[in-house]
Design a protein around this ligand. Structure first.
Ligand code: UD1
Length: 432
């Protein structure tokens, strides 16, 4: 059965939890670091497996990667010798494709394996390619590799047909060193886009407008080294906020940027949770009688798709029917079958989930279908009566640092186990 979490439920989460650096910002910033021949020191990295995989991919290019400690890395792109990234990395982590933008931007050629679909749906990269081509690159697909090359990259206007985080970042990476000015219209506005732009600007790039739908990039000749601290993770913070509400608990989520949390705070308040913002913290106090609500996932500042499964769990106990519409990814309700096995009453029709009130959840063995759904199943296990086993925790560990430790700090009864014997021991200990 492999590594799994075992949870004894029926617990309200209470206490304080500190949020780590934003995974999705970190992935792009690490790839951006090789744009300079000088050393970039990146701090507040989350210690999660996606980051280790990307660091290995960066090392494979020949760049110097010095892991100073769990949360700090120094990267020097001077020694990059290979401009090709294997399928092995892309298979493990899609965001390795940010190296396509960086390598193309700096060396005018790059080869990165084409990412396949994934558990949350087919994920095309046509807008990335459209952007590279508009800058003057030739992009070919051969033997499963995307091969991009250019004699010169020249700034231009690029209108994105869909609001995409990945393409917005990849085009920024490819254009910071291009000749002239690039304008990205209909750009994504997520907090991590701003963080990547701030990082690049701290290296000497000239990017304006990140955080709005029009980003202007004046190409510069070269980028220098920098020292940079990554912003807190919006989704990790949101997960604990929703966990507080869903378990009827009381959590102070520390080290957050409350502005980034507004869509989530607003929905929790609408349901009847008490949300109090501090300067860099948010307290969520749950209750027993929530109002139902409707949610549609949207690009930032809308409600994040990465918070959709966790919110579904919270809505399972609202006094009425809630509707969640997933408008970003086509296949993001896979976890509903697992939740149903724990007692949820949810009907999925196309990209909509209709959630009816459940009387209670009971523990079961469930399998995480993807990262955020995995976190949602853990929250469900903390609510449920009896024992829940969550399998495929490798998904969860891709994006949550010390999830078990942080939950235990809030009073959850959860343990990471590898063998049946360890699982049995936990069950016995918690039953006696
Ligand atoms: C990023 C996040 C992911 C989050 C998502 C939406 C990272 C590493 N991952 O993913 O956690 O769920 O943003 O907030 O940061 N699309 C196209 N063509 C393209 C690119 C995207 O049609 O070339 C579509 C996608 O299929 C999807 C939508 O655009 O329907 C948004 O995708 P995008 O914002 O690019 O998501 P990612 O960057 O992959």
């Amino acid at each position: 059965m492999g590594d799994r979490y075992i949870i004894k439920g029926n617990t309200k989460l209470v206490g304080e939890v500190s949020i780590g650096g934003a995974k999705n910002a970190a992935l792009a910033i690490l790839a951006a670091a090789i744009l300079s021949d000088e050393t970039c020191t990146i701090e507040n990295l989350p210690k999660v497996s996606d980051i280790s995989v990307l660091l290995s991919a960066i090392e494979q290019t020949g760049a110097k990667v010095d892991r100073v400690d769990d949360h700090t890395v120094k990267i020097c792109g001077k020694t990059v010798s290979t401009k090709s990234i294997d399928y092995d990395f892309i298979r493990k982590i899609r965001a390795s494709y940010y190296l396509l933008g960086s390598l193309l931007g700096k060396y005018k050629n790059a080869e990165v394996a084409l990412p396949g679909g994934c558990n949350i749906g087919s994920r095309p990269i046509d807008q990335h390619i459209k952007g590279f081509e508009a800058l003057g690159a030739t992009v070919k697909l051969e033997h499963g590799m995307i091969i991009a090359s250019a004699d010169r990259l020249v700034g231009t206007n690029i209108y994105l047909d869909v609001v995409t985080v990945g393409a917005t970042i990849n085009i920024m990476l490819a254009s910071v060193l291009a000749e002239g000015t690039t304008i990205i219209e209909n750009a994504a506005k997520e907090p991590h886009i701003v963080d990547v732009a701030n990082f690049l600007n701290s290296m000497g790039a000239e990017i304006k407008g990140a955080g709005t739908d029009l980003i202007k990039i004046n190409g510069v000749q070269k980028l220098h080294g920098t020292q940079y601290m990554i912003i807190p993770d919006q989704i990790e913070a949101g997960t604990f906020m929703v966990a507080a509400a869903a378990t009827g608990g009381d959590i102070v989520v520390k080290n957050v940027i409350p502005k980034h949390m507004e869509a989530i705070s607003a929905k929790l308040q609408e349901m009847g949770a008490v949300v109090t913002e501090g300067d860099d913290s948010i307290r969520v106090v749950g209750n027993q009688e929530y109002k139902p609500t409707n949610i549609k996932t949207l690009p930032y500042p809308g409600f994040p798709t990465d918070m959709q499964p966790q919110m579904t769990v919270a809505l399972c106990f609202a006094q009425g029917t809630s509707i969640i519409t997933e408008s970003i990814f086509e296949n993001r309700f896979k976890y509903v079958d697992e939740l149903s096995r724990m007692g949820a009453t949810i009907k999925v029709e196309g990209n909509t989930a209709i959630i009816e009130k459940s009387s209670k959840f009971t523990g079961a063995t469930v399998s995480a279908p993807d990262l955020r759904a995995g976190a949602a199943l853990v929250i469900a296990g903390i609510i449920a009566d009896g024992f829940t086993v969550v399998e495929r925790i490798d998904y969860i560990e891709r994006g949550y640092e010390d999830f078990v430790g942080k939950l235990c700090g809030l009073g959850a009864q959860i343990q990471r186990v590898t063998t049946d014997k360890e699982e049995q021991k936990f069950r016995l200990k918690k039953t006696s």
